[in-house]
Design a protein. Structure first.
Length: 192
């Protein structure tokens, strides 16, 4: 997964929690997204695995970001099938049709679509219906208590059964111990 981090003047690595919301208030957020896209595509020649890139609906709604994405996909046509765009939680979608068109267009080029943090916030089955993802990443808030909370386990099982019927891969986030891993294997989650 291609993730953005900042390194401060003391060499400390800062997660997006410390700067992403602030960047949205200025003009930096789009620049950060563009840099992540550039660097992610550049590294494709150095790796053999698939590469996941987080993008938000607001990224997709920006024409300059969409243009950059399609230019990069055209530059790296042999690698499109290794790209996964993870759609981030975003309750501020202004143009659902623009998002759906984008998804259709990138999928036609071989890109896979994942819904990130499914089961948290606004992520719901309507998003699955609208976005037709290839992958669902089940949010860590449902996973981390699965060994001790039957309700969490039942929700995850429901998501997995539904995903299998729709031929959608599942990925469990926040798998922090062997007990959780074994339960997820039993349930049938594809990746942890």
């Amino acid at each position: 997964e291609s993730l953005v981090r900042l390194i401060d003047e003391d060499g400390n690595v800062l997660s997006p929690f410390h700067f992403l919301n602030i960047s949205k208030k200025g003009n930096y957020y789009s620049k950060i997204t563009q840099r992540v896209l550039e660097n992610s595509f550049k590294i494709l020649h150095s790796i053999k695995t698939k590469l996941s890139i987080n993008i938000s609906a607001s990224d997709i709604e920006k024409e300059e970001i969409r243009i950059q994405i399609f230019e990069l996909l055209k530059q790296y046509p042999e690698d499109c099938n290794r790209i996964i765009f993870e759609l981030l939680e975003d309750e501020n979608i202004k143009d659902f049709q623009k998002i759906k068109n984008f998804i259709y267009d990138v999928k036609s080029m071989g890109v896979k679509i994942a819904i990130d943090d499914f089961g948290a916030g606004y992520s719901n089955f309507e998003r699955i219906y609208s976005f037709a993802p290839d992958i669902i990443k089940i949010d860590g808030s449902l996973i981390k208590h699965i060994a001790t909370d039957l309700f969490s386990r039942n929700i995850v099982e429901t998501i997995v059964v539904f995903a299998k019927k729709q031929n959608i891969e599942t990925i469990a986030e926040f798998v922090e111990n062997e007990s959780i891993f074994n339960i997820l294997n039993e349930i049938g989650v594809d990746y942890s």
